[in-house]
Design a protein around this ligand. Structure first.
Ligand code: FE2
Length: 310
């Protein structure tokens, strides 16, 4: 681990001052952060004609919002009904944002795009994303080895559900901010390199996913920006056995379901998507029209690098 990713509790304050507060205080940084959210809440939605015709100023604005609050939403003005074309276009669209380290996912097609839709396929059985069930708060790939975290992903709606399928999203830096306000000792516990362990798992194909051991908060080596690795699951998870970590995991579960004003709640329309630096998110249960064969389809591409800042 580099100096940026390895934080000893004793020097947490100075590392945070350098990498997050940019030489200022927590108070100044958090006040600026809140102002940015207020400004973005009042900003117009970013509309693009299509994924392969994204104007230069829209790319710049999407990157700017991702840099400021770690996520940005776009809406295609003419959504395509052609799923294959959308999948192809999504790959070239993500390349506009400097994303190149694409995840090799077992359910990814040739181009690594995963279609999240109810499925009876044997290889997808038992995985909640391929059912209409609710998905609890998490960041993507929280079970990955510590050396290959997911740093960003794009979630694009090809077809919404008849009802439900709402996503809630929270910027990782807001999670950090609220926890720091509550007790900096909990933040320090979540930076510990053994804070959260997801035990080994035998996958459906017989392959063994080794235990995933790592921090909840960490800094991206290349940009120095804050990232998160988290799941609100309570089974098949081992938190570091100390009071601060126990407090932090309980606090986080309670805060995520609280009335946080900077939490975004959105049901994505067809042609609408969220670009993000792997922020906290969940999904409500959804229902498709039983009379129709058209199910909800969300397309997802994950990366091991962050969205470019310029
Ligand atoms: Fe997810």
């Amino acid at each position: 681990m580099t100096a940026k990713t390895s934080i000893k509790n004793g020097d947490l304050k100075s590392v945070l001052e350098t990498h997050l507060f940019e030489g200022g205080s927590f108070e100044r940084w958090s006040s600026a952060k809140k102002n940015i959210f207020e400004a973005l809440n009042a900003a117009p939605q970013i509309e693009i004609p299509s994924l392969n015709q994204c104007p230069r100023d829209s790319i710049v604005e999407l990157k700017r919002r991702c840099s400021q609050v770690n996520f940005a939403i776009y809406q295609m003005t003419q959504p395509s009904e052609d799923l294959e074309k959308t999948v192809t276009d999504l790959v070239s669209f993500t390349s506009l944002f400097g994303l190149s380290l694409q995840e090799d996912h077992r359910s990814g097609g040739q181009n690594g795009v995963v279609a999240l839709t109810p499925s009876a396929e044997e290889s997808k059985k038992g995985y909640i994303p391929y059912t209409p069930r609710a998905i609890n708060w998490h960041t993507d790939g929280y079970y990955n080895p510590a050396g290959s975290p997911i740093k960003s992903f794009l979630l694009h709606c090809h077809r919404p559900a008849e009802s439900g399928g709402v996503n809630e999203v929270i910027d990782s830096e807001i999670a950090f901010m609220r926890m720091y306000e509550a007790d900096p000792a909990m933040v320090a516990a979540f930076f510990h390199p053994q804070a959260m362990v997801i035990p080994e798992n035998v996958e459906k194909d017989g392959s063994v996913r080794p235990p995933s051991v790592g921090p909840v908060f960490f800094f991206d080596e290349s940009s120095g920006r804050l990232q998160m690795r988290y799941t609100a699951r309570t089974r098949s998870i081992e938190w570091r056995d100390d009071p601060a970590t126990r407090n932090a995991s309980q606090w986080m579960r309670e805060w995520l379901v609280s009335d946080e004003p900077y939490k975004l709640r959105i049901k994505l329309n067809a042609g609408q998507g969220i670009l993000n630096n792997n922020v906290l998110h969940n999904r409500t249960e959804f229902f498709d029209d039983p009379a129709s064969s058209k199910h909800r389809v969300m397309l997802r591409v994950r990366f091991h690098d962050r969205i470019g800042e310029n």
